[in-house]
Design a protein around this ligand. Sequence first.
Ligand code: FAD
Length: 278
Amino acid sequence: MIPPIASNFVAGEDAATAIDHIRDCNADGVAGILNLLGEHYETRADADADTRAYVDLIHDLDEAGVDACVSVKPSQIGLDVGEEAFRENLASIVDAGQKRDCFVWIDMEDHTTTDVTLDAFEHHARETDGDVGVCVQANLKRTRDDLERLAELPGKVRLVKGAYDEPKDIAHKGGEAVDEAYRDCIEFAFRAFDDGVAVGSHDPAMLEYAAEMHDEYGTPYEVQMLMGVRESAQRDLAGDVPVYQYVPYGNKWFSYFYRRIRERKSNALFALRAIVGR
Ligand code: FAD
């Protein structure tokens, strides 16, 4: 069972509990993006098992009638085993999504996976005429060029600052440099994209900038934030713009929870208060 301190950031260990959480989000006007926790599987059996879990999840989401989509990590569905495994498993998940009207996002992992991830996205974006999305990271110097390629494709793009500590020759380093690159990506995406932009950030300054760009270019957009982070802002924003909460679940919750605690003092204080019962 997930301890109460972690359940702020992780919806539960099984799909049914996560779907209950999505129902609560939907009641507040917030849609869900479900992510089964797991990454860097080294065997095809593990990658296939999570692929089947996503196919089942897509079925369950449809049956439950909730407003939600899914987001998968390439290394969870076979990229560390081989590109063929990744492509086959992603195709199964996208196919299930097509049958059940469920949008499929592809998370972006470290820079060694960017090309294969974007290629897979391009393939499915063309095949489904836009029922898939991919995440790109503003901290990578290449991303501004990648956006030019993505602007020509159907499908959605989630812009984030980037969660991986990348080498300095290929990445912007430091908060200010990353923020500047992020603004640059936001401006370009709102100017060049037809299918809308997903802004994956909790940063009020970036969300304000995205709203300004929306007013300037008229491009539709959505805001995506993590479960447990600025949830009242998620509910407030939902009156103005589509908001999606990224909802992780599954039994591999510890490392995800630990990452949330390490990245921000306020999250650690929250956990500490829960431990000491105040
Ligand atoms: P930060 O630079 O972390 O923070 C900026 C400001 O935001 C803070 O000063 C504060 O005002 C506010 N803020 C941030 N956190 C909190 C908090 N806990 N409480 C209150 N205020 C807060 N990264 C990837 O590399 N690949 C992915 O596929 C990916 N997918 C993502 C999907 C979603 C939906 C989201 C939201 C993020 C994703 N990320 C992904 C992570 C992303 O790259 C960033 O690491 C993460 O979002 C932190 O950056 P930030 O823009 O939220 O702002």
